[in-house]
Design a protein around this ligand. Structure first.
Ligand code: 5GP
Length: 197
């Protein structure tokens, strides 16, 4: 059967990256979509593994070539999901995980309404601020922009299929695994399986 696409959205600093890493350590048959971005790599980030790091010109060329499933600007940088790898993984029967912000999530949903949207929320705003500050990779001004943006993003949560609160990574991963499992039990997919389609 063709794989499904799961969007994992939610504010910067909420712990999406850590949750996704833990999910991949436990769950087989998943494909992580490596995004393209014009932001500079953080220490330890590897080109082609964490992101495809592109110049603005390269990014604009990818847009022209229609290489993105979605793309958005986020606090002064471009981010986008390369379409081809997502489609190839789904054709292989793998479930695809997209770690993207809400504008991009909206575009994917418009184009592909069968995409499952999971919003990761912090246990509290104080905790989100603490996490963003303790990461130490952003200037205080950038932390403020990301917090303001987080409140904006939170207003989208209601329209999502699921909201997972990141109390602990283990709990969040367990809930996401349950969501993936439940989505594969939907009648359309199961009945097609039984009928051998
Ligand atoms: P960061 O700079 O912290 O790695 O990412 C900033 C935000 O951009 C995060 O919310 C992340 O989920 C989002 N993001 C990462 N890749 C993509 C992408 O391909 N498309 C969109 N729309 N957002 C992305």
């Amino acid at each position: 059967m063709k794989g499904k696409t799961f969007i994992i959205a939610g504010p910067s600093g909420v712990g999406k990256g850590t949750i996704i890493q833990a999910l991949f350590a436990q769950q087989k048959n998943l494909y992580f979509s490596v995004s393209a971005t014009t932001r500079a790599p953080r220490p330890g980030e590897v080109d082609g593994v964490h992101y495809h790091f592109l110049t603005r010109e390269q990014f604009l060329r990818w847009i022209e070539e229609d290489a993105f499933l979605e793309h958005a600007e986020y606090i002064g940088n471009f981010y986008g999901t390369p379409k081809r790898y997502v489609d190839e993984a789904m054709d292989r029967g793998e479930d695809v995980i997209l770690d993207i912000e809400v504008q991009g999530a909206e575009q994917v949903y418009q184009k592909r309404p069968d995409t499952i949207r999971i919003f990761i929320a912090p246990p509290s705003w104080q905790e989100l601020e603490r996490r963003l500050t303790s990461r130490g990779t952003e200037t205080p001004e950038k932390v403020r922009s990301r917090l303001a943006r987080a409140r904006e993003e939170f207003s989208y949560a209601e329209g999502y299929n699921y909201v997972v609160i990141n109390n602990t990574v283990e709990e969040a991963v367990r809930e996401i695994q349950a969501i993936i499992c439940a989505e594969h039990c939907r009648p359309a997919q199961r009945i097609a399986l039984i009928n051998g389609m």
